[in-house]
Unconditional design. Structure first.
Length: 189
């Protein structure tokens, strides 16, 4: 058990007998005789629906520790993302909606931790920064007076984002998964 004031994004909890993943938390301090409160945005692990919940800061909340297994990403179709256990070759399917923005940054044969609650896959744990290859980007176009010129690039996973003009097709870049934004050129190993 943990107190509602200890809730953080990414935790899995049981509220009202159902399993949820904490998406976002805001803590509000109390004033005068009014006590503080904790507002949490929760995603139901079975249905994928989101719900906002208000807790008193000292209210106990049951934390669930999901089991994690490193699985290899195979491919994504319109509805599901398919993963495989590298040793047993058992396949696991997860709805694309459950993966959120992180699902767009999966690349074929990438290995990621998949979280399970009661033997059901509920999501993945993506690193904050991923390295991806640029498959298409136009040459930079400069106009008189421009000081900050960015151009669109298509990455190996199909995601399009803005990059600086010195990035060329075939280069690897580092991308912030949460923001979906360019961070820096990948360092050559």
């Amino acid at each position: 058990m943990l107190m509602a004031s200890e809730l953080r994004a990414g935790l899995a909890v049981r509220v009202g007998g159902a399993f949820y993943k904490v998406i976002e938390v805001t803590h509000h301090a109390g004033q005068g005789k009014m006590g503080g409160s904790t507002h949490a945005k929760l995603r139901h692990l079975d249905t994928g629906t989101t719900r906002e919940w208000r807790f008193r800061p000292e209210e106990p909340v049951e934390e669930i520790r999901p089991e994690r297994q490193n699985l290899q990403f195979l491919y994504r179709d319109d509805r599901l993302s398919h993963f495989m256990h590298p040793e047993t070759f058992e396949q696991v399917d997860i709805e694309n909606d459950r993966l959120g923005r992180a699902g767009a940054f999966l690349v074929e044969s990438m290995t990621v931790p998949v979280e399970f609650v009661d033997a059901h896959p509920v999501g993945i744990v993506m690193p904050d920064i991923v390295e991806l290859k640029v498959v298409d980007t136009p040459p930079p176009v400069r106009t008189h007076g421009d000081t900050n010129v960015w151009k669109e690039a298509t990455l190996e996973n199909g995601v399009k984002l803005m990059v600086p003009p010195f990035i060329a097709t075939g280069e690897a870049i580092r991308v912030d998964v949460e923001r979906g934004a360019y961070v820096e050129r990948a360092h050559k190993k």
